[in-house]
Design a protein around this ligand. Structure first.
Ligand code: ZN
Ligand code: ZN
Length: 332
């Protein structure tokens, strides 16, 4: 009886943990606002009408020869954009800081002495200097990301054109399924090759090394990277609904899936996944520990295909480029 009680308690805390990470993930780049706009766009437009920023035909300033800023914004589907940006940025920061700190406190403060039980690298922790660095750099990227999300949400809310659609019957269930798998594969393909490109010596030293100063990553590290790199990762995802017809569900599912595991992978906490193709959190933690191996994020496939998986009998280090490591030569 007691055992069942403990199991239930364990399942509840696991579920609570997953929910917290999910919200943490959505907050990372202000996507919570996009979620709301995508899901409830019609209802919100009806509810808020002229107040929030729907484009009215012929609407705008009174002076035709010198259009006001608001009428210019309105003509670009960006009426009241400042409110969208303020909402996206504020909520993202409050949620992210609140939850990331809770997580940090639960493991890194309260259970620090039990690190062998929960930590991927139990004997090593980030230095306070690197902790401050990742929080500052991550915050700057979150500011960029949530501002961009606020602008995109405003654009869609104001009737700006995109190829996003909301009813499965518009293109049928076959297209829906194909786009779900296709978008997942596209995300992983772009992430793997872009990441591998950033591990070329010149780009690594100039740009990606900034992310690799965190040898023992924490949740904050997930968004702490060179802003150019951050914009590129966010850009190819955000551009998709403007280029290819995609239903709202596959778009959000893949986006949140990759953010969720991005946080788990950087948490430094041992975490498996329910999906058989999704690597354990060790996989990316090892990327930070051994540098030029394990470039994938949501599958092992590309690392297996290109022979860039970390192997036991190799020597790795920040100056061992190429993804294969030096062969360890055994003396006879
Ligand atoms: Zn890397
Ligand atoms: Zn990383």
């Amino acid at each position: 009886m007691r055992l069942i009680g403990e199991k239930i308690q364990e399942s509840i805390s696991k579920l609570a943990f997953m929910i917290i990470v999910f919200f943490l993930a959505t907050a990372t780049r202000g996507e919570w606002l996009l979620v709301i706009v995508y899901m409830f766009r019609d209802q919100l437009q009806e509810l808020m009408g002229g107040q929030v920023g729907l484009v009215r035909p012929g609407g705008g300033g009174n002076n035709a020869s010198a259009p006001s800023l608001s009428s210019q914004l309105e003509s670009h589907h960006l009426r009241n954009v400042h409110w969208f940006v303020v909402m996206a940025v504020t909520t993202s920061f409050v949620m992210y800081y609140g939850m990331a700190y809770g997580w940090h406190y639960y493991y890194y403060v309260n259970r620090r002495h039990l690190a062998k039980e929960w930590k991927c690298q139990p004997d090593k922790f980030l230095t306070p200097e690197n902790e401050r660095h990742e929080i500052l750099l991550g915050s700057m990227n979150m500011l960029i990301g949530s501002t961009a999300s606020g602008i995109i949400a405003c654009y869609i809310m104001n009737g700006g054109s995109s190829k996003m659609y909301y009813s499965i019957s518009d293109r049928g269930s076959l297209y829906f399924t194909f786009s779900l798998v296709g978008f997942f594969v596209y995300n992983e393909t772009m992430a793997y090759y872009l990441h591998r490109l950033f591990h070329k010596p010149w780009l690594y030293k100039k740009i990606h090394k900034m992310h690799h100063r965190y040898h023992q990553p924490t949740a904050w590290s997930a968004v702490a990277m060179h802003p150019l790199e951050f914009i590129m990762y966010q850009g190819y995802l955000a551009a998709t609904p403007f280029l290819v017809p995609i239903h709202v569900f596959p778009f959000l599912f893949v986006l949140l899936y990759s953010y969720y595991y991005g946080l788990c992978d950087h948490s430094g906490i041992k975490m498996g996944a329910i999906w058989p193709w999704q690597p354990h959190s060790y996989f990316h933690d090892n990327h930070h520990k051994y540098f030029h191996v394990n470039f994938g994020f949501n599958t092992y496939f590309f690392d297996w295909f290109h022979d860039t998986l970390r192997k036991e009998n190799r020597e790795y280090g920040e100056d061992v480029f190429g993804g294969r490591g030096k062969q360890i030569l055994k003396a006879d």
